[in-house]
Structure formats: C-alpha cells, structure tokens
Ligand binder design. Sequence first.
Ligand SMILES: Nc1ncnc2c1ncn2[C@@H]1O[C@H](COP(=O)(O)OP(=O)(O)OP(=O)(O)O)[C@@H](O)[C@H]1O
Ligand SMILES: [Mg+2]
Length: 261
Amino acid sequence: MPPSDAPSPMVLARGLRRCYGSATVLNGVDLAVAPGEFVAVTGRSGSGKSTLLRLIMGLETADAGTIRADGRIAVSFQEPRLQPWLRVGSNVGLGLPRSIRRDRVREALAEVQLADREREWPLRLSGGQAQRVSLARAIARRPALLLLDEPFGALDALTRADMQDLVLRLRSRHGWAVVMVTHDVAEAVRMADRAVVLQRGRVGLDLPIDRSRTDGRGRPVDHEELEERLLDALRFDHPSAGPETEPGSPRTEGTQRRTQQ
Ligand SMILES: Nc1ncnc2c1ncn2[C@@H]1O[C@H](COP(=O)(O)OP(=O)(O)OP(=O)(O)O)[C@@H](O)[C@H]1O
Ligand SMILES: [Mg+2]
C-alpha cells in the first residue's frame, strides 16, 4: 500500500471468509471504515450482513482472512432487545461501571429525548421509543464505532425518518464511525457516506455518496441515480439472476472458488 496521510481505518477486513457447515456465507470480504465515516451495508436477505457485523464485534471468528476493529463498539438492532424486568434507566445503564452509570444514563436518555422516561417499564413504550432507548444504551457506552443492524426496520415511515435524523445529529455531535445494515436503499443513500452491497459473499459494489449538495430532505441531489445503482446491484444478486453470472459477461472471474468442505 502506498504511504498516505489518511487516518488508519477503524475497521479493516481483508479476505474475510465465514462458513456455516457447507455454506460459505462470506467469501473474501474487503472493507475499510475510516474514523467518523458512515458506511451502509446492504444485500439481499441471507447475504451475510449480520454475520459481517458479528465478525466486526468479535462475536464470531472468521474462517479465513483478517478483521480488525479499533475503539469501543456499541450496537443497536432491529428489535430494541430491552430487558422487560428492568426499567428504562437500568436497561440503558446495564453493564456500565456504577461510578459513571447514573450520569451516563441521564445524559444518553436526554440525547434521545426520553429524559422523563427513566423510571418507565420497557413494555409501556412505543416501538419508536423502545428503539430510542436501545440507541441511548449504545450512546451511554461512548462508542467510537456504532453498529446498527436494520435499526429502523420495524418503524413506520415518519418515526423512521425522525430516527434517521436523530442518528445523523448524534453522529455529527459525537463523531462516531457507523456501519449500518439496511434493506432500504433510500435510507442508505440518505444517511451514509458510502454504501456497499454484499453479493455472493463479497463486496460487489462500493458506492461513494457525495453529500456536499443535498435537497430539502437531506438527500444527495443525485439520490435517484444512486438508489438505482444499489437496486441494480441487489437485483444482480437475486437467485433468479443465475449462478455467478453478470449482465453482459458470461461468467464472473475465476476468483469465486468455493471452499472445500
Ligand atoms: N449461527 C449460524 N449457524 C448456521 N447458519 C447461520 C448462522 N448464522 C447465520 N447463518 C446463515 O448464514 C447466512 C447469512 O446470515 P445473515 O444473518 O448474516 O444474513 P443477513 O444478510 O443478515 O440476512 P437478513 O437480511 O435476512 O437479516 C444465512 O443463510 C443464515 O442462515
Ligand atoms: Mg441480518
């Protein structure tokens, strides 16, 4: 690699492979995420997006390749995963050292505009509020890297847009790097600096998103074209597109080796 002034990446995956039994889910993923960068990861269901996040978190080990993630990591999933027998504040503070817990919980709940719900039970929250509690739990850890796995998938369109804005505001305030899995290409283009599509176990498309010119809804001016490119990449990976073929080319290059099982 040539020397460069660019800061070293917070996440660096090289040739990442992950197999479950005879199925090779990830097969040579290369991905670098710079400090403060927002990367959206998309791909059809079962393409290995959540698996990639688990590898970044260190919850799973790669079968081949390398993965490195620097700094503190916090996570929020599609389901808020709150403990129903703990009040909101206790959910947010779970696992934090006692000496800082109270301040961190209050600060994080205020940031998601739920300061008044600290003593509430999770089951009495709406879906959007529960999702904000889940985000508060992540914020309270003061992460350098936030991993989001379809965080707004279960929310209605307006709540979803509010949550997107909230995450973007908090991210610019705290300077987190973010890796967000989403099925929604419009969401990817609205939020991220870069969108990658997982195709057949690797990064099939890595699309930079220029946010220097945006419309009234915060979308890049060329959002339609970007969304279309992402959709095309997703369509290409659909099973009906045929095995390892690409439009206009008889067969992809010979690097699509399957692992020996
Ligand atoms: N622990 C596991 N054991 C066996 N197979 C697994 C395991 N975890 C994931 N898989 C398989 O790996 C593939 C990728 O799963 P993963 O959850 O990463 O997909 P995904 O892209 O997140 O899909 P979705 O969009 O539906 O959430 C799937 O076929 C899944 O069944
Ligand atoms: Mg998933």
